[in-house]
Design a binder for this molecule. Structure first.
Ligand SMILES: [Zn+2]
Length: 241
């Protein structure tokens, strides 16, 4: 019998009739229009996976061999994407290392993204989602991610991205949590990126940047089924030879 549920969550593998909207108060700051911001379909009603987690898991399962290959993965600050962490930490094929500036469990290493203690080319894959916008010297962190990635490796590097501004917005006068919420939409952020500037920053440290968009690659219906839209891009970085 055909499943008539509107949505599908790749994190819990359930078909659901609806996703849960982001709660009031989690609105992004005006006047920015952001990618990867699906207000009405933010959260899975069964496993609570966020829209971006559904995108990451869908991409990893469908477009990569990450869950089968013998590769090493560095996941920066994994608590923000617990569904991705849970999926990968149980894969016996992976050498999965996760690290956070404030680790919450014994399996998460304490680390500074701008000064990693790993050797050069230590990892095949580096995952970093919604971290760089909180780091004042974000290029230093990007250089570290590039350094610890093997030649031929790849990564997912996501940040909140504004599509309606030409330059990234950052103001050194904005320092208090309250001001940061007003200016950037979150108390930890130190900027909101413009799309082209973000790509250029990644390219400036050596990465080749590839945009992955489900609506463009497959169909808008496929994206909508996951509670995503044509505005949802993954920023895939590559370290070429
Ligand atoms: Zn789910």
């Amino acid at each position: 019998m055909e499943n008539t549920s509107s949505y599908y969550c790749p994190c819990c593998k359930n078909h659901v009739s609806q996703f849960i909207p982001w709660p009031a108060g989690s609105f992004e700051p005006q006047p920015f229009q952001l990618e990867n911001w699906n207000l009405e379909t933010g959260i899975c009603s069964i496993c609570m996976a966020m829209d971006r987690e559904r995108l990451y898991v869908w991409f990893i399962e469908r477009e990569t061999d990450l869950l089968r290959a013998n590769v090493s993965v560095l996941h920066i600050d994994p608590e923000r994407e617990k569904h991705v962490k849970n999926r990968m930490s149980t894969c016996a094929n992976l050498h999965y290392v996760c690290g956070d500036s404030k680790p919450l469990d014994p399996w998460t290493k304490g680390l500074d993204a701008t000064n990693l203690y790993f050797g050069d080319q230590a990892f095949d894959v580096v995952l970093c989602s919604h971290i760089l916008e909180n780091i004042p010297d974000d290029r230093k962190a990007m250089r570290e991610f590039y350094r610890v990635m093997k030649v031929g490796g790849w990564g997912i590097m996501q940040v909140p991205l504004a599509t309606n501004v030409e330059t990234s917005f950052e103001d050194e006068q904005v320092v208090t949590p309250e001001d940061r919420i007003r200016a950037y939409g979150h108390q930890d952020r130190v900027r909101v990126y413009a799309k082209e500037d973000y790509i250029q920053r990644l390219e400036s440290v050596g990465f080749r940047v590839e945009l992955y968009n489900i609506a463009e690659r497959y169909s808008i219906e496929e994206a909508c089924k996951l509670g995503l839209s044509k505005e949802d891009n993954l920023y895939i970085v590559h370290k070429d030879a």
